[in-house]
Write a protein that binds this ligand. Structure first.
Ligand SMILES: [Zn+2]
Length: 73
């Protein structure tokens, strides 16, 4: 998605507004707080499990979603 093409929140379909977030003006949903990031980075991940089949997750250190669970890098 390109920022100029994003007009509605993909989560709640509310029209987006421009607000200062994470150091720059970004399209955000005033209803649910979803933030559009125009330049996602390519990434790879591996899922680590123990012998019981439990998945290793770690808490995010940074915003957005600080403290939410994610895969380790
Ligand atoms: Zn929304």
């Amino acid at each position: 998605m390109i920022a100029q093409q994003v007009h509605f929140c993909p989560c709640c379909r509310t029209p987006l507004s421009q607000e200062q977030r994470f150091g720059r003006l970004r399209p955000i949903s005033p209803a649910c707080g979803w933030v559009f990031f125009p330049d996602p980075q390519v990434a790879a991940a591996a899922v680590l499990t123990n012998q019981a089949g439990e998945v290793l997750l770690v808490p995010r250190a940074n915003e957005p979603h600080r403290g939410c669970w994610r895969l380790p890098e």
